[in-house]
Ligand binder design. Sequence first.
Ligand code: NAD
Length: 276
Amino acid sequence: MSAHTKNLFDITNKRIAITGGAGVLCGQMSAELARQGAKVAVIDFNIQAAQALAGQIKKDGGTAVAVHANVLEKEAVEKSLAATLDAFGGVDVLINGAGGNRKEATCSAPATFFDLPADAIRWVFDLNCLGTILPSQVFGKHLAQQDAGSIINISSMNAFRPLTNIAAYSAAKAAVSNFTQWLAVYMAQRHSKNVRVNAIAPGFFLTEQNRFLLTDEKTGQPTPRGRTIIEHTPMGRYGQPEELVGTIQWLISDAARFVTGVVVPVDGGFSAFSGV
Ligand code: NAD
């Protein structure tokens, strides 16, 4: 390997702001990116969890700061940018990790699509769409002004083809993928050819947001849906949260410096398999 190739994926001292950074998937990302030498602002409205994680990262020799913000309030997001700049003197990367689904916006045996309450549907759209767009406005403006940086959104498998039952979440993540492409083009054409915008689309990872769908609450056994997912994942298992980090690191690093506007599946082959 040439010296050049060896450094291609280097993210040492990259200043990364990650919303929802204290969650299951993004918590792992925060910790692992810090282990790779990045400085991480863990932005979350669960400040206790963010502080605990930032504390652990520092204990492990990394650099992190916990920042409180609700991604649905622009003023709060602006304060989180200021806090990140204060802590690290700049910011290079925004990861829009805050997102998720809600049981009340999901079809189930008693609840048909026709019954889903507007409030629950709006909650899912707000968190995933607006919660990606507002931080992209605030941090994106800063990246555009400095003419460098990168934004990474978290989409989902259901953005490629909707998954049964999760009507609102599928539509909301499809919007996140669409917005990723839109913003990539807008940034490059209007503001900076050096600000890239991409997304990852995780396949199936067992976390708090989907545990009620994949595991029987009483017995802990896989639900029929959980079994179907494994059967349709050629690699035959759920992903481990740390398995998202390599793709994120690639997208952040110079190795992806000509990559913008893509949504990369990290899914054990789920999206490639027709089921036959
Ligand atoms: P999680 O629920 O464990 O973490 C989400 C974090 O976001 C939490 O720490 C929460 O406090 C924070 N948060 C929620 N609302 C917020 C708000 N308004 N402002 C600030 N912070 C807020 O979720 P996760 O499973 O780690 O998912 C992370 C991302 O990956 C989400 O966008 C999710 O939709 C996506 N995703 C998850 C899966 C999966 O299998 N778990 C699959 C595909 C995509």
